[in-house]
Design a binder for this molecule. Structure first.
Ligand SMILES: Nc1ncnc2c1ncn2[C@@H]1O[C@H](COP(=O)(O)OP(=O)(O)OP(=O)(O)O)[C@@H](O)[C@H]1O
Length: 257
């Protein structure tokens, strides 16, 4: 249950602007760049993408919050800002505790074996070597990587994208998080893994703080979150009860298709 006296994340009128340099097509070629250096000209034009526009909300301990919206609406950008990976252009993000972003791009080393990645990932999350040892088998079992052979001793580059995502999720889920941010990572696993991971997210939510889930699968959002934020063109369209927000979003997406 959400504890409304205990805010974990405060997002206050946040704007995020990406700057894209050399956005003007042919002028970005190596020959053009060389000619600019020789002639000491200014760099090619810079374009700004205003990805998040004045977003504000408060998240509380025990809440699981879904984030939905069309492609390019700013969901991943917002998660990265909450994780502290993208500084807001204006506005502020306050978090109580350490946010951890679990995304499809979470950094694991492709040339190392799954085994080594489990160890590295756990150490990177702040576990001691003794805690890594204690958690290792549980992580491998949870991931199901070894269900069809000894894959954990093969390099990660030999894994399918679903297998890699499962391992990433399993490593991150081995620790309790103050604020856990999940970006589409659950979508890649098969049905039984999805069930296991949804259960685990529920546990994490109970033990720790707040969970944010970005997904294009409305079922995942409905199953896991009772509050949902709908973003469109970087602006919050709705923030409230998942059933109401997802229904409105579905109607909007249905009208557009
Ligand atoms: N590194 C970047 N540089 C420039 N623009 C970017 C960058 N990353 C995202 N954008 C732009 O910011 C906007 C929001 O992108 P974002 O990835 O946050 O959307 P999203 O809602 O997560 O999309 P999707 O559902 O497709 O994953 C888009 O217009 C996108 O083109």
């Amino acid at each position: 249950m959400a504890d409304f006296d205990d805010p974990t994340v405060i997002v206050d009128d946040v704007h995020i602007v990406y700057r894209v340099y050399g956005a003007s097509g042919s002028r970005n070629s190596p020959a053009a760049a060389f000619s600019r250096i020789v002639r000491r000209r200014r760099p090619p034009s810079m374009r700004e993408v205003h990805a998040v526009r004045g977003v504000s909300f408060v998240a509380h301990k025990g809440e699981a919050i879904g984030i939905v919206g069309s492609n390019g609406s700013g969901k991943s950008t917002l998660l990265r800002a909450i994780a502290g990976l993208l500084p807001p252009h204006t506005g502020k993000v306050y978090t109580n505790g350490q946010p951890s972003l679990l995304g499809v791009n979470a950094a694991l080393m492709n040339d190392l074996t799954g085994e080594r990645n489990v160890v590295l990932g756990c150490l990177a999350m702040g576990m001691t070597p003794a805690q890594v040892k204690q958690n290792y088998q549980q992580i491998v079992d949870f991931s199901g990587i070894n269900e069809r052979g000894d894959f954990i001793s093969l390099p990660m580059r030999t894994y399918s994208s679903g297998m890699a995502a499962r391992l990433r999720f399993s490593i991150a889920a081995a620790k309790t998080h103050d604020v856990l941010l999940i970006d589409e990572a659950l979508a890649t696993g098969d049905a039984s893994f999805q069930r296991r991971s949804e259960e685990r997210v529920r546990e994490l939510r109970g033990q720790a703080g707040t969970v944010f889930v970005v997904s294009h699968q409305n079922k995942t959002i409905r199953d896991m979150c009772e509050r949902t934020i709908w973003l469109e063109s970087g602006v919050i369209r709705m923030d409230g009860d998942t059933e109401e927000v997802v229904a409105a979003y579905e109607e909007f997406s249905g009208r557009r298709s």
